[in-house]
Write a protein that binds this ligand. Structure first.
Ligand code: IFL
Length: 429
């Protein structure tokens, strides 16, 4: 009898743990038997803040997570690894100084972050690479393994050239082998703070292949598109093979980041290893802000079209980046956020109202949380040793940042996080 009770208790514990993971049920996320909506922030530097010594700042990390939690934010999207590079607009130090050489202190920062998230019942999406130069990323892999010069597009201003060159990453066998070694090291890591294996940590919602992987530039051809689709299918399957507990996503921006090819976006996300779709919304970066009406008409169409695509694929979708600058395009805190607050409200109203209708939109991550951080330099460019802000080192600090003093933006976030939380009801079988 006693043995039986112990067995039942063990089974119960196992089931409870299984239910603690965020899962996909139909076109929704589910956690602990209820629909799970992501009310999230982008916090790329979360692992950096978690490090015990410099550049870490554990007191700030606790403060930022408490502030986010108080807003109703339940998820953060974080950079898992960075690669040391000669490109000036990249973060320093990097977690990987050379292939196979990891900075254990920075990785322990990620461990610490995960422990702090669990304490607050928050989850994390960890991206394992970057298409953009600000963390070394795919460009640096190509430099290591193909000898391609790591050219900073902030200097050349040739983003089309940079994108075409970076997309060769998918075809480099040696770069892919190393990328998989890194994935294995992270996914199979044991957290030094909690003693838990990452693969068994319920604070992790999803692994993500990369930040904003693109198939190539606007002229990407069939071969480049095919390599990209294959890379997504193979890598997502590889991660699931290492870790059957967690979701896997791409980190794609949606159609704009898919060489503007809607069919390609859907094809890439149809892979069985991809559990949900992602998309991003960047009206300023994409040249849509000729007027408010133009920016909003295009944004609204983009938001809705991707939810419709998710419906066609029968998977959930997360709007995991969107942003708007301060009034007048200023970086300084003294500038208002009237336009941004209007944009945030319209975006989140679209997300919340379509979610309320039962559509497959599973939430949002705004870009980006800067909280108590402040820019140190008159030109707003980050230098090693300065506060980390939501704007990574390839952009001026303050550009798309949400600070802890931005009362208008915080009010909108609070309102819509609460709206999504109210939708978290038990899902029908
Ligand atoms: O900082 C950028 C980041 O690299 C990203 N998407 C857009 C952000 C703002 O330009 O992932």
């Amino acid at each position: 009898m006693r043995k039986m009770l112990t067995l039942l208790a063990c089974l119960f514990a196992l089931n409870a743990a299984a239910a603690d993971f965020v899962r996909v049920k139909g076109t929704h996320f589910e956690r602990e038997g209820r629909a799970y909506y992501v009310a999230g922030a982008n916090l790329w530097y979360g692992g950096y803040l978690g490090a015990a010594g410099k550049p870490g700042d554990r007191a700030r990390l606790a403060k930022e997570l408490d502030a986010l939690k108080a807003l109703g934010i339940n998820n953060v999207r974080v950079l898992a690894v960075s690669e040391r590079t000669a490109m000036p607009s990249a973060v320093k130090p990097a977690t990987t100084s050379a292939p196979g050489r990891y900075d254990e202190q920075l990785l322990q920062g990620l461990d610490f972050l995960m422990a702090e998230l669990a304490k607050r019942d928050m989850t994390v999406v960890l991206y394992l690479n970057n298409f953009w130069q600000w963390s070394g990323g795919m460009t640096q892999y190509l430099n290591w393994f193909e000898g391609t010069p790591a050219i900073d597009p902030n200097i050349t201003k040739d983003y089309e050239g940079f994108i075409a060159a970076t997309a060769r990453f998918y075809q480099s066998t040696k770069a892919q082998e190393e990328y998989r070694r890194v994935i294995r090291a992270i996914v199979q890591r044991t957290n030094t703070v909690t003693g838990k294996r990452y693969a068994e940590d319920t604070a992790i919602m999803a692994w993500q292949l990369a930040n904003e992987p693109r198939p190539g530039n606007s002229k990407a051809g069939m071969e480049e598109k095919a390599s990209y689709v294959q890379w997504i299918a193979d890598t997502s399957a590889y991660i699931h093979g290492l870790d059957p507990n967690h979701l896997v996503s791409t980190g794609s921006e949606g159609v704009i980041g898919s060489a503007r090819d809607a069919e390609l976006f859907e094809r890439a996300h149809r892979a069985p290893g991809v559990d949900y779709l992602t998309y991003h919304l960047w009206p300023k970066n994409w040249g849509w802000v000729t007027s408010w009406d133009n920016a909003w008409a295009k944004s609204s169409a983009y938001l809705n079209a991707h939810i419709d695509a998710a419906k066609r694929l029968g998977k959930p979708i997360v709007l995991e980046e969107f942003g708007w600058d301060r009034d007048g395009g200023a970086f300084a805190l003294s500038a208002g956020t009237t336009q941004r607050d209007r944009f945030y409200r319209e975006v989140l109203e679209t997300v919340a109202s379509r979610a309320a209708k039962g559509d497959p939109i599973a939430g949002f991550n705004f870009w980006a949380w800067s909280g108590a951080g402040r820019a140190a330099n008159a030109d707003f460019w980050w230098k090693e040793g300065n506060d980390f802000l939501g704007d990574p080192p390839q952009e001026e600090q303050g550009l798309f940042s949400v600070f802890d003093s931005d009362a208008g933006t915080l009010a909108v976030l609070r309102e819509y996080s609460a709206r999504l939380t109210r939708l978290s009801k038990p899902l029908m079988p």
